[in-house]
Ligand binder design. Structure first.
Ligand SMILES: [Zn+2]
Length: 376
């Protein structure tokens, strides 16, 4: 039995006695004892508390637990005009984070890569963590990546093509690096660390400047096909839509993106910051103009999500980005609209929620690195 299945069981189900690990992994207690001994030697797991008194009769059982700080990874999220990075532990939790902004118009990818490498070095130094303690870097990149997950092939919102993140960071920092599509990375982070039991398949939808999606099926990120990218934001949902950055017309992200909402909020004579929260607040207070914008947002978003429900039959749709601090009532409204539009039976199992992870992009990048360098 590979060591990694024990590590995954401890990650997913927390500290537990050896006998429970054996049952969970369908192997003999002797096998588990041997594997745990090797992991104890390596300092990756430890023996912790015993069963709570009164829970069972007989001898208390020693629990085996991961040591989250036995090693680290660095998660990086490259967004539109901002790069976020964080040193994360073996449970994907950021221990120290930082960010820098860049000017979208006219900043070449190589300039951003240079700044990123410098910041990564500084982050490790500030955290007092040596290169040897870092397993690798996971980059959540803004678009499709190559099948070996070393390069970001295209970012329509940044105008970048073929950016070799892995080559660059491995060369300058000497840290192994893996690159994945940003929203797919966030989807995996959400599935592993978002606290959603029984949520498989999970569809994660990120709405900010654009609309992206990632799917996790049977615990694994959907990556089949040429690039395994779910470009939900470019489904056509409007016949009277605008021309999209992708060149098509009436795409979902031309209707529901944060900049589009800001524009509509400004047209109603309001300040355009935090547009979703502001629109929802105005609508709840009886502003009919704001209510019309919210209604339009809910219906178009639900149309896109219903397509995804009919194709993928997810149990849970997690909304991230601008929806992270949206009122709960708005999320419920989206869920009801999705149920109205999706196929019967499939719509009965799908729930819509919002992301509870702060730094979801950093956690996503870190999760990609952990999956690649530690858990598989
Ligand atoms: Zn488009």
């Amino acid at each position: 039995m590979p060591l990694r299945s024990v590590l995954r069981a401890l990650r997913d189900h927390g500290p537990q006695p050896r006998i429970e690990l054996a049952r969970r992994l369908s192997v003999s207690p002797t096998t588990v004892t041997k594997v745990v001994a090797r992991l104890l030697d390596r300092g990756v797991v430890t023996e912790t508390g015993v069963d709570a008194p009164g829970l069972r009769l007989g001898r208390p059982r020693v629990h085996v637990a991961l040591v989250p700080t036995a090693a680290y990874v660095i998660g990086v999220q490259v967004g539109v005009g901002v790069v976020r990075l964080g040193l994360c532990d073996l449970l994907g939790q950021p221990r120290r984070t930082t960010r820098f902004d860049f000017d979208v118009a006219g900043t070449d990818a190589t300039v951003v890569l240079g700044r990123l490498a410098a910041r990564l070095g500084k982050l490790m130094a500030e955290a007092g963590v040596t290169r040897e303690e870092v397993l690798g870097v996971g980059v959540a990149a803004p678009g499709p990546v190559d099948p070996h997950r070393r390069r970001n092939l295209l970012s329509v919102n940044l105008g970048w093509r073929d950016v070799a993140f892995s080559d660059h960071l491995e060369h300058t920092l000497g840290l192994p690096t893996v690159v994945d599509h940003n929203v797919r990375a966030m989807a995996v982070g959400e599935a592993r660390h978002g606290g959603h039991p029984d949520a498989d398949p999970l569809l994660y939808v990120y709405v900010r400047t654009g609309v992206g999606a990632g799917v996790v099926i049977d615990g694994k990120p959907f990556r089949s096909g040429g690039y395994g990218v779910a470009e939900l934001g470019h489904l056509r949902v409007s016949d009277s839509g605008r021309i999209c950055a992708c060149g098509a017309e009436g795409c979902l992200e031309t209707v529901v993106s944060e900049p589009r909402l800001a524009e509509r909020l400004a047209a109603l004579g309001n300040p355009a910051d935090a547009p979703l929260r502001r629109l929802a607040g105005l609508a709840a207070a009886g502003d009919l103009g704001a209510e019309a914008v919210v209604e339009d947002l809910v219906e178009h978003l639900a149309m896109g999500l219903a397509f995804a429900v009919n194709l993928l039959n997810p149990r849970l749709i997690v909304l991230g980005g601008m929806f992270e601090d949206a009122p709960a009532a708005l999320i419920t409204r989206v869920e009801e609209a999705v149920r109205r539009k999706a196929f019967p039976v499939l719509r009965d199992v799908v729930r819509v929620g919002r992301s509870t992870l702060r730094d979801g992009g950093v956690i996503g990048g870190a999760t990609v690195a952990l999956d690649h360098f530690f858990y598989t």
